[in-house]
Design a protein around this ligand. Structure first.
Ligand code: 13P
Ligand code: SF4
Length: 319
């Protein structure tokens, strides 16, 4: 409608005026994803978001996603201004891994390499030897395991278990979970597969192991989009946030995309394949980003320097 068009035009003008570029995650509102692409920004998974932001010459990065993505951008590009439509967009994994408690856990296991998922605060990253995203977790852990290391993994227990099972590495797992992916149900999926016998099952590894066990492809958001393109099946049952359908459908226009079922019904499941924090990003708060208070991401120097090391290792490893 007209108001939306006005907001979009306002955002386009602001980006130009401030030499700013948008970096959006696949789970954000499709209108934000389209705007990011149209204006020379990117829609990406968390690893690609980090890399794009670091390499782009803009003065200001507008990160549409959740808090850890903005913090990662700031840690990697301290010279840039990093803004987010709202700093309140957190993540249940980040929330469930309190830095002081985490440091104590690390201290109790000094013989383990500390590998943390990108979905954590700067303070937790600062305590880690490595940061990984779901697109390179397996490769990094395999590399460390080959060197004979034992691993302390945090915070996602489902992803940790998957990595442990795939690599055979000796791993201690922090017991965190994503409120969105934890809801996917293997029982309900079993029933759905009877209705769509030709469908492939695509699963993000933050999902429970019983759901991962049913997958034809397991991977990060960008890896799942690739799988939708390359697998021959006419339908894809997808166990991740439904925001991914916008780019997945563009990448695989001839496929029918279906959301994997959650255990609860609409009334009982907490997030129903839709991240409540990703959904906090919208055209309205994006249009107000340069004027509103509390939209700029800051990470103190001491913390930034410590958190930079394991993040840089991740970028170097994945090149
Ligand atoms: P990706 O790195 O696969 O984009 O995952 C980020 C995320 O938050 C998944 O819930
Ligand atoms: Fe965090 Fe889950 Fe939301 Fe991803 S979908 S940002 S892991 S709460």
């Amino acid at each position: 409608d007209q108001q939306k068009q006005q907001l979009k035009q306002q955002i386009r003008d602001l980006l130009k005026q401030h030499n700013a570029v948008m970096v959006a995650h696949y789970y954000t509102d499709p209108e934000l994803q389209a705007l990011a692409e149209e204006t020379g920004g990117v829609v990406a998974d968390s690893l690609e978001m980090a890399r794009f932001g670091k390499n782009h010459p803009a003065d200001t990065l507008i990160v549409c996603g959740v808090r850890f993505m903005g913090e990662t951008a700031k840690i990697l590009s301290p010279e840039k201004r990093v803004l987010m439509p709202t700093l309140e967009a957190t993540c249940s994994l980040d929330e469930g891994c309190e830095p002081v408690e985490f440091a104590a856990y690390c201290d109790a296991h000094p013989d383990h390499k500390v590998v943390v998922y990108a979905n954590t605060s700067a303070a937790v990253k600062a305590r880690a030897d490595w940061v990984v995203t779901s697109s390179i977790a397996l490769e990094v852990v395999e590399h460390l395991s080959d060197q004979g290391h034992k691993i302390l993994w945090a915070p996602d227990r489902h992803l940790g278990r998957y990595v442990q099972q795939q690599t055979g590495c000796d791993m201690l797992l922090w017991q965190g979970e994503c409120v969105v992916h934890d809801e996917f149900s293997s029982q309900a999926l079993e029933q759905m597969k009877h209705l769509y016998p030709q469908a492939a099952v695509l699963v993000h590894p933050e999902s429970p192991s019983s759901v991962i066990d049913m997958a034809d492809a397991v991977g990060s958001t960008s890896q799942l989009i690739k799988a939708a393109q390359t697998l021959p099946h006419p339908q894809m049952i997808v166990a991740t946030d439904g925001g991914i359908f916008y780019k997945m459908q563009q990448a695989a226009p001839d496929k029918e995309l279906l959301l994997a079922p959650t255990g609860g019904n609409g009334a009982t499941c907490r997030s129903c394949a839709h991240c409540p924090w990703m959904a906090m990003n919208n055209l309205q708060n994006l249009a107000e980003i340069f004027d509103a208070k509390n939209t700029e991401v800051f990470v103190g120097d001491a913390l930034r320097i410590k958190a930079m090391k394991p993040l840089q290792k991740m970028l170097d490893f994945s090149v």
